[in-house]
Design a protein around this ligand. Structure first.
Ligand code: SF4
Length: 402
């Protein structure tokens, strides 16, 4: 092990808060802190997501972080409102302003009459907790601000809570639900507008898509609006997707030929299975995706030899234990060196992970598929076919393996 192997595998609360905000339509994250927090988080999200992520900052100086800078924050809120014309500005503290106890709520209250945007504040000092809590606090703040009791929608409808990644997977889930006659009122936060958020209480069911941050908002919505929720692993894999859609249809009491739809994919699943059966696989991922991917691997009769998650939520281990025949090593929140050592020791022939696993993939010789940040389809039945084909391609080369 060398010094650069050591390091945490998850980031700070502010990162989670900013990421959650960047999903909302026409919203600006404004960090009350030194410029580095905004630059690094914006840069990382831009690199991961493939689109420019702009993060505003009060760019505090040394004296600001000693004596406070509420005037600077007030001026920046007004400037952002006038120049960017956002619907929402989410004002977040950083380590520096959380330490000195700058009252961002008071500044927001005093400034709200001077701007058109809705103002929301989140205490997001990096040391306060991890990124998961940043996601959760932003969602809770949005629910408190925009959700009021209302009549349920006349059409069957759901909300997806704790989904921050848009793109192909979210489109697939929305389209599939639409075919089943199910409206998605709001995806919190990916692509949602203020109007979408106001429609959350009209939904008949909430689906948590993040085991770490989605459960608390779902519980709050259940307690305050009586909406039941499910915490199914995100629908990746044939069987897992089938169970997810069955669960939603069951809750909504809808008649839809989901078994027939699934049957149309069995032949393709079996062809992929015949190619990949027996391969040793390591999964390095966030918890909700890790559980779904691990089940998919076992469904294809591959062998998950390692499952490493940066953190876990209330139901992660319960859901993981439910994966039939799982005997892999499980790591939670360990640092990079432990993950790399485990990958070398367990000798996978394929790694499902993220950009951070690039080096260990090269060192170990096991090909890597980025399932964390890619824009490629992984969800639903069609996503299962696509991911299966990518796994075949990664292991056997570019030939048409099935
Ligand atoms: S840990 Fe603190 S200083 Fe570093 S990015 Fe997060 S909020 Fe900023």
């Amino acid at each position: 092990m060398s010094w650069y192997d050591m390091g945490p595998v998850s980031t700070c609360k502010l990162f989670g808060a900013v990421r959650a905000v960047t999903g909302i339509k026409n919203a600006v994250p404004l960090i009350h802190g030194p410029r580095g927090c905004a630059y690094h988080i914006g840069y990382l999200l831009t690199a991961r997501g493939g689109r420019r992520i702009a993060v505003a900052s009060t760019e505090l100086s040394e004296s600001d972080v000693v004596f406070g800078a509420s005037e600077k924050l007030r001026d920046r809120i007004i400037e952002v409102d006038r120049t960017r014309k956002p619907d929402i500005i989410v004002i977040m503290s950083s380590c520096a302003t959380s330490i000195i106890g700058e009252d961002i709520g008071r500044v927001a209250d005093e400034t709200s009459e001077l701007v058109d945007a809705e103002l929301i504040t989140v205490s997001a000092g990096g040391f306060e907790s991890s990124q998961g809590e940043g996601y959760e606090e932003v969602m809770m703040a949005l629910i408190h601000k925009f959700c009021w009791r209302m009549e349920p929608s006349s059409k069957p409808s759901v909300n997806i809570i704790g989904e921050f990644r848009g793109g192909a997977d979210l489109r697939e889930v929305r389209e599939s639900l639409s075919l089943m006659g199910v409206d998605v009122n709001c995806v919190l936060t990916s692509g949602c507008s203020i109007r979408d958020m106001t429609m959350i209480p009209a939904g008949h069911l909430n689906c948590s898509f993040c085991d770490v941050s989605g459960i608390a908002p779902c519980r709050f919505l259940e307690e305050n609006f009586g909406t039941p929720f499910i915490h199914h692993p995100i629908p990746i894999g044939f069987s897992n997707s089938l169970r997810f859609y069955r669960e939603v249809l069951g809750y909504l009491n809808l008649d839809y030929p989901i078994n027939e739809e699934f049957s149309a994919f069995i032949e393709e699943r079996d062809r992929i299975r015949a190619e990949l059966e027996g391969l040793r696989v390591a999964v390095v991922s966030g918890p909700t995706r890790a559980v779904a991917l691990t089940e998919f691997i076992t469904e294809l009769r591959m062998k998950p030899v390692l499952v490493s998650m940066d953190m876990i939520g209330d139901y992660t281990l319960e859901n993981l234990r439910g994966v039939p025949g799982l005997r892999s090593e499980i790591l939670v929140g360990v640092d990079v060196s432990d993950i790399e050592e485990a990958i070398i020791r367990t000798e996978p022939e394929l790694i499902l992970g993220g950009l951070a696993e690039t080096r260990i993939s090269e060192v170990s010789g096991a090909p890597l598929i980025d399932v964390m940040h890619g824009s490629s389809l992984t969800a639903g039945f069609r996503g299962a076919v696509n991911l299966g084909a990518r796994m075949c391609g990664a292991v056997y080369g570019d030939h048409d393996c099935y």
